[in-house]
Design a binder for this molecule. Structure first.
Ligand code: NAD
Length: 247
């Protein structure tokens, strides 16, 4: 019996990086079924083929989380297949970095629409299900950039918004046994971080007491804990996963 056995989850952006690792970790921890909402259809195909037999527990759904109609349909598909949603992980996220005075309107909109409005869409359709069953675990993936990072005004605003959203949903959901937390990773070695120029990575490294980048499994293990009943009295928290780097 794993700590997620008997549970059904939705994970967004599960095609690669941290999201894919969360899906794998949930499977190791005994999840009964997981719907993966992912923008990139090729990544979904790859995920299912990589998973082999255990892929039977995964429902791949091509979905842009910034599109409300697509999210509504995807949640309905997950419920049709699994009968319920116990766990929601809002992981899908993008960056469109530049200094604020050079930032294009569409860079602002794209980042806020995926990183903040995406979780809003998911919660809009999942929270009523969780309220009805008086059980829910939501984990939002924020970032240490929420506390301010030059070149990321759009991303920082979206990720800080997610922390406020988390804390508010935790207060509203508590009486219905809906637990809501977020994690704020520091520098994690995925494609997203690999876009950062080497000289900036070298500078970042000096600020990390562990003197290395984090790995996706070091975020996934915390997400699985927060999604499980091991964390049944923890709500409204933002867990920083940064190798000891302070913000
Ligand atoms: N890598 C880091 O250093 C780091 C640090 C802090 C926070 N984060 C956050 O962790 C989460 C995962 O990041 P990652 O590093 O794995 O990134 P990644 O780019 O490797 O993966 C992101 C995944 O989300 C999917 N996605 C993007 N837009 C989508 C949309 N509109 N709808 C559905 N899926 C979409 C992508 O196709 C991809 O599969 C993000 O929310 C990111 O902001 C990452």
């Amino acid at each position: 019996m794993g700590k997620l056995s008997g549970k059904y989850a939705i994970v967004t952006g599960g095609g690669k990086g941290i999201g894919e690792t969360i899906v794998n970790r949930f499977l190791v921890d005994g999840i009964e079924g997981v719907a993966v909402l992912e923008y990139d259809g090729k990544l979904l195909e790859q995920l299912i083929s990589d998973l082999g037999e255990v892929g039977d527990k995964v429902l791949p759904i091509q979905c842009d989380v910034s599109n409300e109609a697509q999210v509504k349909t995807a949640v309905a598909q997950a419920v049709e297949r699994f009968g319920s949603v116990d766990i929601l992980v809002n992981n899908a996220g993008i960056t469109r970095d530049s200094m604020f005075h050079k930032m294009a309107d569409d860079a602002w909109d794209a980042v806020v629409n995926v990183n903040l409005k995406g979780p809003y869409h998911l919660c809009k359709y999942v929270i009523p299900i969780m309220r009805n069953q008086a059980y829910g675990r939501i984990v939002n993936i924020s970032s240490v950039s929420a506390f301010g990072n030059a070149g990321q005004a759009n991303y920082a605003a979206s990720k800080a918004g997610l922390i406020g959203f988390t804390k508010t949903l935790a207060k509203e959901g508590g009486p219905k046994n809906i637990i809501v937390n977020c994690v704020a990773p520091g520098y994690i070695e995925t494609d997203m971080y690999n876009n950062v120029p080497q000289e900036i990575i070298t500078e970042h490294m000096k600020l990390i007491p562990l003197r290395r980048l984090g790995q996706p499994n070091e975020v996934a293990s915390a997400v699985s804990f927060l999604a499980s009943d091991d964390a049944s009295f923890i709500s409204g928290q933002c867990l920083i996963i940064s190798g000891g780097a302070t913000t």
